[in-house]
Design a protein around this ligand. Structure first.
Ligand code: BJ8
Length: 424
């Protein structure tokens, strides 16, 4: 069926037939998982709208920004300091890597035993299905896990790629390296945009990104109420959208959603009855449209009340200090904030264990589901330590390893149900 965006997609060199198929599948999937929920908040209409226009209106906005001479920078990791991108008047978008489509193409140039997230972004590019990637003037990779690090070498044959080096430890020399990397990235962004990043512009960008993080912190505080006022699926979607919608609009809309939520919390109105098992997710990021496990959990009679993940609290927990007035001071504040990220790629990574236990206690969860993507070594390895830390705190944990396919849905559902039954 023709759409108002066909010309734009054609100009972006998308595979129009395959793309139409993708949108249809996505629409059906969204309907089943999201629109079928009962008693959703009015504010979630914004989520429905953004999702329905994910490859439409938002891409049109990116094209308009490009026509005005602004650059579009795509990222795959919360380590990339988007404040520097915004300070150079460029647009920053998190690139989705949560769909199975394109896997066959990806496996032609990547080992089969690569995690689904990596195969997904490569597959999207090779299959010409992602208008975000096609809109990017630069894609920023990072040396986090080995899979990503090596995949960017291959990806660079297909898209303009720049790779940031991320330290693997948190000693003083690692901080020095990270500081130098931020400087190198700043220079790259200035070269790309032809703009100089000033203290005033950087401060403005820091405030903008902080305010987006603050609204997400507010959302997390409100959703922690008992009875749970919003589904975990919806909060995951909010976090996913935060990576690609316009930050000003996003912050305003989620602020409205929070106002509505606040009234629900005051009135003690839950989306599920009091007594519904409260679970927390922890582990690999769930990139849009990866909703499989949250849906399985919430359709099995539990509710998700927190996500310890990059598409969750890891990305919103820490703010950048806004007080410095000099460029040097602000850059230093960025270095500090990003250096606190507790990704499993670090060794040792005890902060993450502390965060998980603290979060599980604060949220009064009945259990934690540790989610690992198949072939993700850092999170699979770390899940043993997470299990031990949670056991010491008397919090049950279920470790799930899966990918984006639907083949294991029944098996996963059985495991989730068995876990719920054994909860005290
Ligand atoms: S800061 S979690 S976004 S690296 S799932 S590709 S780790 S094999 S995504 Fe991540 Fe940045 Fe860390 Fe966060 Fe590798 Fe694992 Fe795949 Fe992963």
């Amino acid at each position: 069926m023709p759409t108002p965006y066909d010309d734009m997609w054609e100009k972006l060199n998308l595979d129009l037939t395959a793309h139409e198929g993708l949108l249809q599948v996505l629409g059906k999937f969204y309907g089943d998982i999201y629109l079928s929920q009962k008693g959703r908040l009015k504010g979630t209409e914004y989520l429905d709208f953004v999702l329905s226009e994910v490859h439409g209106l938002r891409i049109k906005e990116l094209q308009e920004a490009k026509a005005q001479g602004r650059k579009v920078v795509g990222t795959f990791c919360v380590f990339v300091p988007e404040e520097l991108v915004l300070a150079a008047d460029a647009v920053c978008v998190g690139l989705c890597a949560g769909a199975e489509v394109g896997m066959d193409a990806a496996e032609k140039i990547l080992p089969r035993n690569t995690c689904a997230l990596i195969k997904s972004f490569v597959g999207f590019k090779l299959s010409r299905l992602c208008p975000f990637i096609e809109s990017c003037d630069l894609v920023v990779g990072e040396t986090t896990c080995d899979g990503k690090k090596k995949a960017y070498e291959i990806f660079a044959d297909y898209a303009p790629v720049y790779v940031m080096e991320i330290p693997q430890m948190k000693q003083a020399c690692d901080r020095d390296l990270w500081q130098a990397e931020l400087g190198r990235f700043k220079a790259k962004i200035e070269e790309l945009t032809g703009k100089t990043i000033t203290a005033a512009k950087l401060k403005e960008a820091v405030r903008l990104v902080n305010s987006r993080r603050q609204v997400l912190q507010r959302l997390n505080r409100l959703r922690a109420a008992i009875p749970t006022p919003i589904s975990g699926r919806d909060v995951l979607l909010v976090n996913q959208i935060s990576f690609y919608d316009d930050p000003v609009r996003f912050t305003a809309k989620i602020g409205e959603l929070c106002d509505e939520l606040e009234a629900k919390v005051k009135a003690r109105q839950g989306i599920v009855p009091e007594g519904t098992p409260r679970l927390m997710l922890s582990g690999c990021p769930m990139a849009v449209p990866n909703w499989k496990l949250p849906y399985l959990i919430e359709s099995s009679g539990a509710v998700i009340v927190g996500e310890e993940s990059c598409i969750g609290t890891r990305n919103t927990r820490d703010l950048v200090d806004e007080t410095p007035d000099t460029l040097e001071g602000l850059l230093d504040a960025l270095v500090d904030r990003y250096f606190r990220i507790d990704c499993a790629c670090f060794t040792p990574n005890v902060e993450r264990l502390d965060h998980i236990v603290e979060m599980a206690k604060d949220l009064k969860v009945d259990g934690v589901v540790h989610y690992g993507l198949s072939f993700c070594t850092p999170y699979a390895m770390e899940s043993f330590k997470v299990a031990k830390a949670l056991e010491a705190a008397n919090i049950p944990m279920l470790a799930i390893e899966t990918d984006y396919s639907m083949e294991d849905v029944e098996q996963l559902k059985t495991r989730v149900e068995a876990f719920l039954e054994m909860l005290p």
